[in-house]
Design a protein around this ligand. Structure first.
Ligand code: PRP
Ligand code: ZN
Length: 297
């Protein structure tokens, strides 16, 4: 196989992660040719191409070297690592991406009470995640039977093929529709950037590093707000303590009013009305909260 000089990223062809993943890459300045229904998208600016596949195939494609990186649920990555320890150990979660959050949970028929994992002894639990479920059961010393199902896990209890299920829960609508209720969370999941724990030492590695830096910038910007306000100098200690993420503010003197300053600070995370009102009570005036478009340290 001829070594590739372009980076290749695998992502879900159609599903929950597709749109936010594409948006994230666009924010990193990546543009792709070819329509979405095609498997392969050629990168126009940077030497980065996209492969659109089934999410469950992504870790394997990275492990085999067909792709360098992948945007995939943490649950899918960890399941692959548990069921393919030899190849999976070379893979790593390079960045959490902050979207597609869901959880892998054990769910029971609605009317069944749940107090502790021990209650699952001797039960049949249907799942598409035998690795993660098996691991959790072992760590809780529970001897249950794992019934592997590739899909439609949620109907297993009604069909009588299982007593409980272990599946992804996002809104919870699927559980409700199937008269199930969430009993225990096994894995908190979200979309992650997966790749080899050691980046290639060639050109592709350099492109991957560039992409990681841009991604960090995009994630930081997405989670940042610029806050501006006026205050008197003696109110500053109280206001500064209330700034989300406790940033070090920049102060500018107000002309003709020596005891007045304009405070500017980059806050981590959103700034709520409640937080603004608290700062107002502490003496802040004319407050502005602005989104940040780009950031480069
Ligand atoms: C998951 C899971 C449930 C559903 C739960 O499948 O298997 O069917 O989502 O979501 P809800 O709590 O919002 O109803 P998903 O669509 O992620 O597809 P996949 O696991 O087959 O890739
Ligand atoms: Zn899937």
């Amino acid at each position: 196989m001829k070594p590739r000089d372009r980076l290749r990223i695998a992502m879900q062809k159609s599903g929950r992660l597709t749109e936010p993943a594409q948006e994230l890459l666009a924010r990193c300045g990546l543009k792709f040719r070819q329509s979405r229904d095609k498997l392969f998208c050629f990168g126009e600016g940077e030497p980065v191409d996209l492969l659109l596949v089934r999410d469950d195939d992504i870790p394997g494609l990275i492990a085999e070297g067909v792709c360098d990186l992948g945007i995939v649920g943490r649950n899918v990555l960890r399941e692959f690592q548990l069921s393919n320890p030899a190849t999976g150990s070379g893979l790593a979660e390079l960045r959490p991406l902050g979207f597609g959050s869901c959880r892998l949970s054990i769910a029971l028929p609605q009317d069944e009470p749940y107090d502790s994992p021990q209650q699952l002894h001797g039960q049949r639990i249907a799942t598409s995640y035998p690795g993660l479920l098996g691991d959790w059961l072992r760590s809780h010393n529970v001897d249950a039977k794992v019934v592997y199902l590739a899909g439609s896990v949620e109907i297993a209890p009604r069909l009588g093929t299982a007593d409980a299920i272990c599946d992804l829960v996002s809104s919870g609508a699927t559980l409700v529709a199937n008269q199930l209720r969430e009993a225990a969370v096994i894995v908190e999941s979200e979309a992650v950037l997966a790749g080899h724990s050691v980046l290639p030492s060639d050109e592709r590695g350099e492109i991957a590093e560039l992409l990681l830096r841009r991604l960090d910038g995009v994630i930081q910007v997405r989670d940042s707000r610029l806050i501006l306000m006026q205050a008197s100098r003696d109110a500053l200690p109280a206001i500064t303590r209330l700034l989300p993420g406790l940033p070090i503010p920049t102060l500018t003197q107000v002309d003709g009013a020596p005891d007045q300053v304009v405070l500017q600070a980059l806050c981590a995370g959103s700034v709520s009305w409640r937080q603004l009102e608290d700062m107002k009570r502490a003496g802040a005036r004319d407050m502005l909260v602005l989104p940040v478009e780009k950031m480069l340290a």
